[in-house]
Design a protein around this ligand. Structure first.
Ligand SMILES: NC(=O)c1ccc[n+]([C@@H]2O[C@H](COP(=O)([O-])OP(=O)(O)OC[C@H]3O[C@@H](n4cnc5c(N)ncnc54)[C@H](OP(=O)(O)O)[C@@H]3O)[C@@H](O)[C@H]2O)c1
Length: 310
């Protein structure tokens, strides 16, 4: 069979098209496009079916695991697919590694080194116990995230655009510096001992709960990342769809109760806003996938992210 590969403007991407045998999969087609173009490796490619002119519907994205024949009309031996270059890609683990490495390195620099002399503070810096605990707490969090990235998460999307590495690093690295600057500042005023203990106590419990949520999510998929999206169950997932985000937000709240800086509260507000938007989309997706029709289970009634509000 013959597959014609065109861009969205109708330009032919592979001159003369691609010849495939009848049992070829979309993944084989992507490999063939890569061989012919050299530049566009499979994860860079997004292949869709052409849209009828005048329709506003979303194009159908070709599933690499299906056969090309599955997308042909009737017994036709010809198919036209629309190609989009997704740009350079990186593994999800690479993206996460770089975004978390920054805060893990930057924060201790503000704690251990006398960087404040470059900001005009000449006097000797007295380190309060809360600043020491905060440094360990912070490093533990980002070390845990890197370990979870490599040893816990089972990602379904193999890759992410390279540009996301720069965007995410800008977010995590700059917030990391912002918070580290204020918590380790020579003029920092510690909160009471009791408040510090309550804050770190809440934070630590939530970090452990967050780790357990990640284990429960991991168990929804097979080791190769297959299994799609399932209904998360057990522990806090029986109450809230994105229990991992709930515990993430509360653990940062615990850190802020203990350290009390405006920078820290700005971070938790921005993070909660981002995670709430993602959680709403994930909740919608699960309700759509598990609609209770045609033998599919019905998604149980649950909060989205922050009971009893959302
Ligand atoms: N501080 C911040 O600003 C911030 C922001 C976001 C996240 N975080 C932290 O980073 C962690 C990971 O974030 P994330 O956005 O990657 O979390 P996530 O989307 O919930 O994903 C965690 C892992 O679980 C999988 N998963 C999620 N729901 C699933 C389901 N219903 N069935 C099967 N597998 C499912 C995901 O698969 P896919 O590969 O298919 O997605 C992914 O591999 C969060 O839990 C949180 O602790 C922090």
């Amino acid at each position: 069979m013959k597959v014609t590969v065109v861009s969205r403007s109708g330009r032919e991407i592979v001159k003369g098209g691609v010849e495939l045998n009848d049992s070829a999969t979309v993944s084989d087609l992507q490999e063939a496009i890569h061989r012919r173009t050299k530049k566009y490796y499979p994860s860079r490619q997004r292949l869709t079916l052409p849209l009828q002119s005048g329709t506003n519907a979303k194009p159908i994205v070709l599933n690499p695991k299906k056969t090309v024949k599955d997308y042909c009309d009737g017994n036709s031996d010809n198919l036209t697919v629309v190609f989009k270059d997704l740009g350079p890609q990186v593994f999800y683990s690479t993206l996460f590694f770089w975004e978390y490495l920054g805060p893990l390195i930057i924060y201790p620099i503000f704690y251990y080194f006398d960087v404040y002399q470059y900001f005009g503070y000449e006097g000797k810096r007295i380190i309060h116990p809360v600043q020491t605990y905060a440094m360990y707490y912070w490093c533990f969090h980002y070390f845990k995230r890197i370990m979870e990235t490599f040893f816990v998460h089972r990602f379904s999307h193999a890759t992410s655009p390279l540009s996301n590495v720069f965007r995410n690093c800008a977010y995590y690295w700059s917030f990391g510096s912002f918070i580290a600057y204020y918590v380790n500042h020579p003029l920092y005023t510690p909160v009471s001992d009791l408040q510090m203990k309550i804050g770190f106590g809440i934070g630590l419990i939530c970090q452990i709960a967050n780790f357990y949520c990640h284990i429960l999510l991991r168990n929804l998929r097979s080791p190769d990342g297959n299994g799609g999206y399932q209904i998360p169950r057990g522990f806090l997932f029986n109450i809230v769809t994105c229990a991992n985000y709930t515990t993430e937000i509360y653990q940062w709240l615990g850190f802020n109760i203990a350290t009390q800086t405006v920078a820290g509260y700005v971070f938790v507000a921005v993070a909660a806003f981002i995670m709430t938007n993602w959680a709403l989309a994930k909740h919608r997706r699960l309700k759509k996938l598990f609609d209770g029709k045609e033998g599919r289970p019905k998604y149980p009634r649950r909060w989205v992210i922050l009971p009893p509000f959302i």
